[in-house]
Design a protein around this ligand. Structure first.
Ligand code: 28G
Length: 649
């Protein structure tokens, strides 16, 4: 697909391509895929057009309705698309919805939505819809026009009301079921989108109605990203009220909100450019970090909190426990992304602008709020000291490792695989010594390693790394996997293709799973990102029939497998320990017959929040969550909110 650069575009140069047929032939080229993800791109595309109108300051309301038939209706209260003739005698709505536009969209806002993978235009949505109706309120009239069959049938526009006081655009469409593998619209994703937009655009009222079940929500945040940061930190103990910093340099509008948490030691910076999430950061994030570091050090020097001979506080320590939302608006003519996916900002001026705004504003803030400044600087100094302590502890481990001739000690109770092939090897983390024993006997010793875990796993969310490194199980896990942890993490050193958590199918087992996932999420996130972490699913039932044995994972499966057979014995497995090693191999470990769930991370900030709530001090939400969310049938629905199952093997 030819993409012209945003800055070489003028509104007169609308490149009209051949028609919508090309889109229907190769939908993937325009929306990435024709699965659920692609389907939702259609929705984002239309919502983004409304957002553009909001950003141009002509609209402040967006309403999204998911109808019973999974059609989607989006409304805004903007100016309404002009209904006048566009060039060469085509009415403007027809240009917008029936002509393919190469590159940028053609409205006049200078900070328009840049589009992630989308930004392909409403005509692509029309092309991939069974029908689309557009209703425009403008100049006291209400017009409507309908398109069918991917925009190939164009009905005449109609005036349905010539005494309408409102203005705005409404687009209602039905995604084409012959193109998409699913046409079910996901409420949660829509809610998340609208919520994010409402956080980023102060004063925007975004409503979502789900007519399939009567659920609805309204998002409106008059304090914008300050409320976003509070929302990210909800349920966590914090050090300060969010600090809001803003300024404009060279046409780049910078907004940041910062709040420190007490018991989470990592940083969570969410950055956006023209309301598009930049997952991989970029120049604005770099500027944010350097501004933050500068402001804190300048202040600490000025107040004598750092002696002349002492080194500067380091960024990593200053960001200890920080939750921040950074939102910048960059005029289109200097907007540049580093990656194809637009997830990393490249505009060099953004670094300068953000750095300058953050340094100046934050220095000013710290000088004014001396008490908070002291708390935050104390936090950074403590983080520095603890980091030093951790480094020492890590060095000690290394020394122990170097000195002993049997490094295997570091691996605790690991029973290694016979071959050392990281491309095929698997490690089972097994709950309990006895199940560990069966697993050791039942495994394929060539490529399967077993590490039994005794008792409860330590909660990585509650203790610092230093403490964690004193825990035998954790040390064994780290050393067996081989990647190192935290900043030292290196996926290429991973000894295993799959790391499989195998626990009993009960609440304790679920708890162990969550504790292990928490540890991986905090210290070895790359394992999850690389899809190396799995959960084994032992069966719930053993069905012994005359000549053979079968296993069932759900009640339904049990009924199915029993059928009309007589003389059947059904045994309910309560734990791994009830299976002998052959059964364990057949049902849960044999790659040919087992079911594994792969653990993935959909959205980091949400998952981060979840993990903090789940693993933090409060016991009740954790228990509740386990009961509500962990089910032990094999419906693949183990979901840690956004740490989720992304399919089996
Ligand atoms: C409801 C779902 C999605 C939109 C507007 C408003 C204007 C517009 C949209 O103009 C056509 C071509 C080049 C200027 C712009 C109205 C200027 C003046 C608009 C939407 C006009 C596009 N008055 N609202 N498009 N350009 N909302 N919501 O699609 O010359 S699209």
């Amino acid at each position: 697909m030819a993409k012209n650069k945003a800055n070489s575009y003028t509104s007169d140069e609308i490149q009209v391509l051949k028609g919508l047929e090309a889109v229907r032939k190769r939908p993937g080229m325009y929306i990435g895929s024709t699965d659920s993800k692609g389907l939702h791109h259609l929705v984002w595309e239309i919502i983004d057009n409304s957002i553009d109108e909001v950003l141009s300051d002509y609209a402040n309301q967006i309403r999204v309705i998911i109808h019973k038939d999974n059609t989607v209706e989006v409304q805004d209260n903007g100016r309404g698309i002009p209904i006048t003739m566009h060039k060469e005698g085509v009415p403007t709505p027809q240009v917008v919805f029936c002509m393919l536009h190469a590159g940028g969209k053609f409205d006049d806002s200078s900070y328009k939505v840049a589009g992630g993978l989308h930004g392909v235009g409403a005509s692509v949505v029309n092309a991939l819809s069974e029908w689309m109706t557009v209703t425009i309120c403008r100049d006291g009239k209400m017009y409507t026009q309908r398109f069918e069959d991917g925009g190939s049938v164009i009905k005449k526009p109609k005036i349905i009301n010539d005494n309408s006081k409102k203005t705005g655009t409404t687009v209602h469409f039905k995604p084409d079921s012959s193109i998409f593998s699913t046409t079910i619209i996901d409420y949660k994703q829509c809610a998340q989108r609208l919520k994010e937009a409402a956080f980023l655009i102060k004063g925007l009222k975004a409503e979502l109605f789900d007519e399939r079940n009567g659920v609805s929500e309204t998002f409106r945040y008059d304090s914008g990203i300050v409320e976003y940061v509070k929302d990210l930190n909800k349920g966590k103990e914090t050090m300060n009220e969010p600090i809001f910093l803003t300024g404009t340099v060279g046409g780049i509008v910078v907004e940041a909100a910062l709040q420190y948490t007490v018991k989470t030691y990592n940083e969570n910076i969410l950055s956006f450019v023209n309301n598009i999430r930049t997952r991989d950061g970029g120049t604005h994030e770099t500027g944010f970090k350097s501004g933050l570091t500068k402001a804190f050090n300048d202040y600490a020097r000025m107040k004598g909190l750092l002696k002349e001979k002492e080194p500067n506080l380091e960024g990593i320590d200053i960001r200890n426990g920080l939750t921040a939302v950074l939102s910048v608006r960059i005029p289109e003519n200097i907007l540049q992304f580093e990656s194809q996916t637009k997830s990393k900002l490249g505009t060099a001026d953004a670094k300068v602008a953000v750095d300058q705004v953050i340094t100046e504003q934050l220095k000013f803030y710290l000088a004014e709020k001396g008490e908070i400044a002291n708390v935050l600087i104390g936090n950074a100094i403590r983080a520095f000291k603890e980091r030093e302590a951790v480094r020492k502890a890590r060095d000690e481990i290394r020394e122990v490792k170097d000195k002993t001739s049997k490094p295997i000690n570091m691996n605790g109770k690991l029973t290694p695989a016979q071959t050392k092939n990281p491309e095929i090897n698997e490690m089972f983390l097994v709950e309990g010594d006895s199940a560990g024993g069966s697993a050791r006997q039942g495994r394929n010793r060539r490529f399967q390693a077993i590490l039994p875990l005794r008792g409860k796993v330590i909660n990585a969310e509650k203790v610092r790394l230093e403490e964690l490194l004193k825990n035998e199980e954790i040390v064994s896990i780290i050393h067996s996997i081989g990647t190192g942890i935290g900043k030292d993490f290196n996926i290429s050193k991973c000894n295993y293709k799959k790391i499989i958590i195998m626990t009993d199918a009960d609440t304790d087992g679920a708890h162990i799973q969550i504790l292990l996932l928490t540890f991986f999420f905090r210290y070895m996130r790359g394992l999850i990102e690389n899809g190396r972490v799995y959960i084994a699913l032992p069966p719930l039932y053993k069905i012994s029939m005359k000549n053979h044995v079968e296993y069932a994972w759900t009640d339904e499966e049990l009924r199915e497998k029993i059928g009309n057979s007589k003389n059947v014995t059904i045994q309910r497995f309560k734990g791994l320990g009830e299976m002998n090693f052959t059964q364990l191999w057949e049902t849960t470990m044999n790659p040919e017959t087992r079911t594994l769930i792969r653990v993935g991370i959909e959205d980091f900030s949400e998952a981060d929040n979840r993990v903090s709530i789940l693993m933090g001090d409060e016991v009740e939400p954790r228990r509740e969550w386990i009961e509500n969310n962990v089910s032990f049938d094999n419906e693949d629905n183990f979901t840690l909110e956004n740490i989720e199952v992304i399919g089996d093997e």
